[in-house]
Design a protein around this ligand. Sequence first.
Ligand code: HEM
Length: 359
Amino acid sequence: MSESMYYGSYLQTEKILDSQFPVSFREGNTPAHDEMLFIIIHQAYELWFKQILFELDYCSTVFEQETVNDNSEDLNLVRHRLQRVIKIMQLLNQQVEVLDTMTPLDFLEFRNLLTPSSGFQSKQFRLIEAKLGLQMEKRHHKDYYKRTDEGGFNAKDYQEINQTEAKKSIQELINNWLERLPFFDAKYWNENAADSNFMQHPFWEKYTQVYQSGLTEREQQKFADFKYVFFDDTSQISDVEIQKNLRSSFSAKALRAGLFIMLYRDFPMFQTSYQILDALIEIDHSMATWRHKHLVMVRRMIGMRVGTGNTSGAGYLEGALNKHFVYKEISGLATFLIERKKLPSLPEKLMKELGFFAS
Ligand code: HEM
């Protein structure tokens, strides 16, 4: 007969509740009351990180398929699970306030005992970043991430982080999915709608004209940005750094589809796709909110001292906050929107036949 279910054994509460060992409680040290809070809050974060990774893995599995069947439940589940990630992140952002009940003097009672360990070494946090699509080359102070000596990662974690980074991230998968969406196919428009000549595509020809005429005098440079972002036209932006800043992770083709989804988001058939893009933007912003709250908490807690993990401390965190957005090209699409009433009407064939639900 199988054993009957029991709360404690099902949830492994003994294991979890027997995992808090403050260093300051060890013999020879003076017990620091707040170290228990410090440990539990980190452990709670790690448990939620695990759940976030679980949800992100599901999303990758859907987008890794050769064709994403928009008519199945897959996309809706991706949307739903990304929304869950957002809710978890909101909770994680609130948790900083619990830690804030520890004062700098309370922290000082055990801080030195932690060196050289640090939240910097949270493997799961790095996996979340990597899965979302933060590339090593774009990290602030990428040299810090390559350290396996004091303050860096241990060999096992380092290897796992690298392996995850080598796989396709959600950002890359979304880029590929957007590229495959057939909104601009000639069969829905006309023979001018060749993939290679987008400036003359009936949709883009009209859109370009409406966009340009809607720009104020001060905004004229935005038209050059527009042509680079969506058509790879570098004639008016030769500076490679400016180009990188405008578009470096997503292709022009993917962003054309992304903009289209943003524009026609009110049509029921575009809603799931729109909500997925919007959820990714929201996740990026929630991560930034966490980074900001953590930074402010760190400034209050240790001022301008270096971190226990041996980075420059608040200086490093500020750089990461500013630089570690993954979906800024998607949120940046807002730069290129036009008024709803001026939107080109869509060919009936596209609306009907495509119905968005062709795989
Ligand atoms: C007293 C509370 C805390 C202080 C003073 C603190 C301080 C720091 C500092 C100075 C860094 C930069 C790396 C270094 O040199 O150490 C850092 C990074 C980090 N900490 Fe904390 N931290 C605290 C609490 C937390 C908590 C509760 C978490 C939750 C998991 C956390 C997660 C992280 C992460 C993920 C990073 C890397 C951030 C990034 O690279 O963007 N920290 N922390």
